[in-house]
Write a protein that binds this ligand. Structure first.
Ligand code: PNS
Length: 161
C-alpha cells in the first residue's frame, strides 16, 4: 500500500461545495487522489452514476493528480487494486463522528495497513449535505451558494427549471 496515494470515497449525489473543499485540500496533501463514487444500487439516487462521475470530472479537470472513478463492493478492495494507502473523509459536525468512527474501524479491521485520515470541513459547509441540497431543490429553493455552478444547472434541468 502506498501512503502517498489517497482516496476520497462517497455517494456524491450530488457533489457539493463541501465535497470540493475536502477534495482540493486532500489533493494538495497527496501525490495522487482518487475520487471514488460508490455504485450503490439500493439507494434512491437523483443523479445516475455516469452523471455524478461526469460532474466531478468536469469540476476537477484542472487538477492533474486527481482521478475520478467509481467502485462497487468494499472500499478496502478498491484500495488494494489501486495501492491506495489512505482513505480521506470529511468531518462536519459532531453528529458525523459516530458514523465515521464505525466506517473507519470496520475498514481498519478489514485492512490494517490502510489509514483513515479525517479533514475538518470548512465551517461554511459544516451543516451542508447532499440530502439537504436535494430536499431544498425538490421544493424549489436556491442552492447556487452551496453547489458548483455545473451542479446547480443540472439540478435545475432535472427539476424542470
Ligand atoms: O458519501 P457517503 O454516502 O457518506 O459515503 C459512504 C461510503 C461510500 C464511504 C461507504 O458507504 C463505503 O465505503 N461503502 C462501500 C462498502 C464498504 O466498504 N463498507 C465497509 C465500510 S462501512
Amino acid at each position: 500500500m502506498n501512503q502517498r496515494i489517497a482516496v476520497y470515497p462517497g455517494s456524491f449525489d450530488p457533489p457539493t461545495m463541501g465535497h470540493l473543499d475536502i477534495i482540493r485540500r486532500a489533493a494538495a496533501l497527496y501525490d495522487t487522489l482518487y475520487v471514488a463514487v460508490l455504485i450503490n444500487t439500493n439507494k434512491q439516487e437523483l443523479f445516475s452514476l455516469e452523471e455524478r462521475v461526469a460532474l466531478l470530472e468536469q469540476e476537477l479537470a484542472a487538477f492533474p493528480n486527481i482521478k475520478v472513478s467509481s467502485f462497487r463492493g468494499l472500499l478496502v478492495d478498491y484500495c488494494k487494486q489501486h495501492e491506495i494507502g489512505v482513505i480521506i473523509r470529511g468531518l462536519r459536525a459532531v453528529s458525523d463522528y459516530e458514523y465515521e468512527m464505525q466506517i473507519a474501524q470496520m475498514n481498519r479491521s478489514l485492512s490494517a495497513d490502510i489509514e483513515t485520515v479525517f479533514l475538518m470541513t470548512n465551517t461554511k459547509y459544516s451543516f451542508l449535505s447532499s440530502s439537504i441540497v436535494k430536499e431544498v431543490v425538490r421544493f424549489g429553493g436556491d442552492v447556487s451558494d452551496v453547489v458548483p455552478p455545473i451542479v446547480a444547472q443540472k439540478l435545475s434541468e432535472k427539476m424542470g427549471g
